[in-house]
Design a protein around this ligand. Structure first.
Ligand code: CTP
Length: 407
């Protein structure tokens, strides 16, 4: 996975004809898992509409310091939160502004308000590109550490040929990846698989047997792992609320989730099974909608595969396998039984009968049980805080294993 996953990219677009190519760069950045924030200058908006970028990027396009929808001081908010600021295409005008430190609009003010790396992708006619003034500005920017993705030769606007055409999206993406650098964090280099949401087992074309899982705890785990540098695959029944910066695999039924887990789990260093998988599904289903006139249907249920038990039985050496236990009684005893029976390294147990715990809530209260018998009880907290504890416990298990190997 690209090191852009989970990174915040401010994509500044200025008013050259190559602005239309920035749309492709935007899409490629999103595909790489980046959180892309488009910032368009006034003239960029005359070339390509902000609606195009809003639709493709991770949030709506920003176009002005004033009347911004996101913040009272948008340039500092954008600049301070960026992992990288990209100006693509960069016109001669914006290159001059960047050199002199002029903050004439939201984009130039954002570049001044950032400490993140800045990548500039010039695009203009050959005569303009070769002007000593422009070359001097470019050299000065490079000497200050700005990454300049040199333009290429080829067809220019108006049918002219020459040097000055915007670099290819491949080269631009490479330069951005290099500028952003390797992810840091205590999960950097680890591949984490998380499942989330409740499965839906079809009765007919429109009806299903489901459960109340919102996917929030699994998504919080995926977001936390990505923020700590992991390469995250999220298998979820709620893709519409998946966090950015993770590879999303959308599934619906227990069978689809099982197939996705079988495909992705062998490569994972850590597997966290937070999904509420149906234990039973209707034995038969149909592509048509059952009619009232067909009579009241009699649902015969058959068991689904226990995905986690299967992953436990086939666990590769070194992998850390984490399960969840949703209980309404004998929390710790039941969870400990599942921990052993499914060959897990850790289980996160929650009493879903308590108010504010488990399904649909923003909060959770859990007991984290480890295979060695250790236990952490976590008081009612935000699901992201629970995710933090679960991931810290993964590292604890890993450290314990390394200590044992050294003995
Ligand atoms: N699980 C699974 N496949 C299933 C059912 C559950 O992988 N068909 C996983 C869940 O994702 C969770 C763990 O098993 O990580 C425990 O799920 P839970 O519903 O608490 O327990 P069950 O094993 O289903 O047992 P019971 O419903 O009897 O409590």
């Amino acid at each position: 996975m690209s090191n852009l996953a989970g990174r915040r990219v401010i994509l500044g677009v200025t008013g050259g004809i190559a602005a239309y190519k920035a749309v492709e760069v935007c899409r490629r950045l999103v595909d790489a898992g980046a959180h892309v924030v488009p910032v368009l200058t006034e003239s960029a908006c005359k070339m390509v509409g902000p609606a195009t970028f809003s639709a493709l990027a991770s949030e709506r396009a920003h176009t002005s310091v004033f009347n911004d929808h996101s913040s009272a001081i948008p340039h500092t908010t954008l600049g301070q939160s960026a992992d990288v600021v990209v100006v693509c295409p960069a016109t001669a005008r914006v290159i001059s502004d960047l050199r002199t430190g002029r903050s004439g609009d939201l984009l130039t003010a954002t570049v001044l308000a950032t400490r993140a790396p800045v990548v500039v992708c010039p695009a203009m006619h050959t005569e303009m590109w070769e002007q000593p003034s422009v070359q001097d500005n470019i050299n000065m920017l490079e000497s200050r550490g700005v990454v300049v993705v040199a333009p290429e030769s080829g067809r220019l606007a108006g049918g002219d040929m020459g040097h000055g055409r915007l670099a290819s999206p491949d080269r631009i993406l490479e330069a951005i990846e290099a500028a952003v650098g390797a992810p840091s964090g205590d999960f950097a280099g680890k591949s984490v698989l998380v499942t989330a949401g409740g499965t839906r087992e079809p009765i007919d074309a429109v009806r299903f047997v489901g459960n109340r899982s919102s996917g929030k705890q699994g998504h919080a785990l995926a977001a936390e792992a990505a923020a700590r540098g992991a390469d995250v695959t999220l298998i979820t029944t709620k893709p519409e609320t998946a966090p950015s910066g993770v590879r999303v695999v959308a599934v619906d039924t227990a069978q689809e989730m099982a197939a996705a887990c079988t495909a992705h789990a062998p490569e994972a260093d850590v597997v966290i099974m937070a999904a509420a998988v149906a234990d039973f599904r209707p034995a038969t289903t149909t592509d048509r909608k059952l009619k009232k006139s067909d009579g009241v249907p009699e649902l015969v249920m058959v068991p689904t595969t226990d995905i986690l038990a299967g992953l436990g039985a086939a666990k590769p050496t070194g992998q850390i396998l984490v399960g969840f236990a949703a209980e309404t009684e004998d929390l710790v005893a039941n969870a400990a039984q599942k921990l052993a029976a499914k060959n897990l390294d850790m289980i996160v147990a929650n009493d879903v009968s308590k108010p504010g715990v488990g399904f649909e809530h923003e909060t959770n209260e859990v007991s984290v049980l480890m295979a060695g018998g250790l236990r952490h009880d976590v008081a009612m907290s935000d699901k992201r805080d629970i995710a933090r504890v679960v991931l810290n416990t993964v590292l604890e298990i890993e450290t314990h294993r390394q200590d044992q190997e050294q003995e």
